[in-house]
Write a protein that binds this ligand. Structure first.
Ligand code: ITT
Length: 204
């Protein structure tokens, strides 16, 4: 790809995972530009991903890729969902969010601790792109009672992955990217981008 794509994220964990997978893209985090944070006012992952992609494209004049993701827990009626980054409060750290989740699930039996990570990617060629490319990935698992592992970010230390029989924080970056919600969404995004006509400036 010749053109630069702005990665509309301020989350270092996500940025690391994108850069590991999209090696051939000229991806630049929005921190390298002057992009003000935008309020995530949508009620779904897809709405918030689009809000972030359009905001980054608007403030840089470049195509932009955004990720809105989170953890959906059945016993909490889908929470923390789109509020995953701020579950324990607006300025909450990953550790505080994770502690809150363990407290809220304290009395939930093992069999009812099912959950999934969801990742929606939105790619806009222009701020008002009427045909943004949207890709989604879902990763099924359960919520542990204690933290395990030190890899990844966010809720990874309490997300148990049945297929690898460990927490996602115990996987290497490569192992996680190969099966995660973000890894799946990235594969889908690449498939969709390969099949559409992009503006010359994008040229992926
Ligand atoms: P940006 O909007 O700047 O990209 P953010 O962290 O605010 O960063 P989101 O609103 O999409 O992003 O919230 C995603 C939250 O969901 C994130 O902070 C984690 O708590 C959680 N999350 C998403 N993907 C995850 C993953 O792969 N592993 C662990 N937790 C994840």
């Amino acid at each position: 790809m010749d053109g630069t794509v702005v990665l509309a994220s301020g989350n270092p964990g996500k940025i690391r995972e994108f850069q590991a997978v999209l090696k051939d893209f000229h991806l630049k985090p929005q921190s390298e530009f002057t992009v003000p944070e935008v309020e995530e006012t949508g009620l779904s992952f897809v709405e918030n991903a689009l809000i972030k992609a359009r905001n980054a494209s608007r403030h840089t004049g470049l195509p932009a890729l955004a990720d809105d993701s989170g953890l959906v827990v059945d016993a909490l009626s889908g929470a923390p969902g789109i509020y995953s980054a701020r579950y324990a409060g607006i300025q909450a750290t990953d550790q505080e969010n994770l502690d809150q989740l363990l407290i809220d699930l304290e009395n939930v039996a093992d069999a009812k601790r099912t959950a999934r990570f969801v990742c929606v990617l939105a790619f806009c060629q222009y701020p008002a792109d009427p045909i943004p490319v949207i890709a989604q990935g879902i990763w099924e698992g359960t919520i542990l009672r204690e933290q395990r592992g030190v890899g990844g970010f966010g809720y990874d230390p309490v997300f148990y992955v049945p297929e690898t029989q460990c927490a996602s924080a115990e996987l290497s970056a490569e192992q996680k990217n190969a099966i995660s919600h973000r890894g799946q969404a990235l594969i889908e995004l690449c498939r969709l981008l390969a099949n559409i006509q992009l503006a010359d400036s994008v040229n992926i």
